[in-house]
Design a protein around this ligand. Structure first.
Ligand code: PYC
Length: 314
């Protein structure tokens, strides 16, 4: 087994949600298609995922990203996102953080940069203002007004949509989307996730719906809505969630409530914002989200052989 003695990471946060990019010293995943490299990561090096993001080096909130050579030569880089329990097909806040990280490393400047993710290629723009726009993979609503019996909450009705990850999106009247209420919000979202699985409600190809997005009125006067997003692994997204905002906009578009090019300002639980919009290409809804990330640290991670928590507490 490789020693993993020189793992270098750059940490950032996007609208409050952390991203840790492994820039060197990670596992050799080969040079095949990204789906093959993801399979290799999952099957042979899952311990490395846990060691990088879980306690004691990280926490359940941290989203990890391993920076890789692209398979598609038109891309600047490839990336695989991961968290405390597994892997993410795409990550909006993580891509904004990755672009700022590549800029911090001196690899890119303002302009357009294509990034390969397991969910597909996304086109990013680093603006002179340092804001980053991510033109995401196509988003769509799979089911509208799905009702699920949720123990403790009754029948909950919402939409199932893809925004690079699978989401169940709903509004629970009377449930306050306040930061002070995150325990109750997490409990409710977890119960919904359990109810979806128990009732066999899944995404395309039987995929698990592993993100739950609760909506309500925005606190900020200029925002269109506020959300709370529970991620797989049960941490809540501190940002307004890029893939969740994409899924939301796909639903709004499907209902005729969002026209192409119109800005949808999504407020997150920390009262930070992503500005979104959609365009339509070849009949597909392409969401874009714009947000800001800040680099917070550079580090070398150590995985000492005698450390009982060398590969994380999981
Ligand atoms: O921004 O897409 C996102 C995201 C997914 C999970 C955490 N953040």
């Amino acid at each position: 087994m490789p020693s993993f003695s020189s793992v270098r990471v750059i940490d950032s946060h996007t609208a409050g949600e952390p991203t840790r990019v492994v820039i060197a010293g990670g596992p050799d995943l080969g040079s095949g298609a990204l789906t093959e490299r993801l399979a290799c990561f999952r099957e042979r090096y899952d311990f490395f995922r846990s060691g990088v993001v879980n306690e004691p080096r990280g926490s359940e909130v941290v989203v990890g990203a391993i920076l890789l050579e692209p398979f598609d030569p038109t891309c600047e880089a490839a990336v695989i996102y991961f968290n405390n329990v597994g892997y993410l097909g795409m990550c909006g806040h993580g891509t904004i953080g990755l672009v700022r990280t590549l800029e911090h490393m001196g690899r890119i400047g303002p302009g357009e940069h294509r990034i390969e993710t397991p969910s597909g290629v996304v086109t990013t723009t680093l603006h002179a203002s340092r804001q980053v726009t991510v033109e995401n993979v196509p988003a769509y609503r799979l089911h509208k007004d799905v009702s699920v019996d949720v123990p403790g909450y009754g029948v909950v009705t919402g939409d199932v949509a893809w925004g690079g990850n699978w989401f169940f999106l709903t509004n629970i009247p009377g449930l306050s989307l306040a930061l002070a209420n995150v325990r109750e919000l997490s409990r409710c979202a977890q119960a919904i996730k359990t109810g979806l699985a128990a009732n066999g409600i899944r995404g395309t190809n039987g995929d698990e719906i592993d993100h739950v997005e609760l909506f309500g009125a925005a606190e900020g006067a200029e925002a269109d809505s506020r959300n709370f997003v529970l991620c797989p692994g049960n941490a809540y997204d501190r940002s307004p969630c890029g893939t969740g905002t994409s899924a939301k906009m796909a639903c709004l578009y499907a209902d005729g409530h969002l026209s192409p090019g119109k800005v949808w300002r999504q407020e997150g639980i920390l009262r930070t914002y992503f500005d979104g919009s959609v365009s339509v290409k070849d009949g597909q809804v392409i969401p874009s989200i714009t947000g800001e990330a800040h680099v917070t640290g550079e580090a070398k991670l150590l995985f000492a052989e005698k450390d009982p928590f060398r590969w994380g507490i999981s």
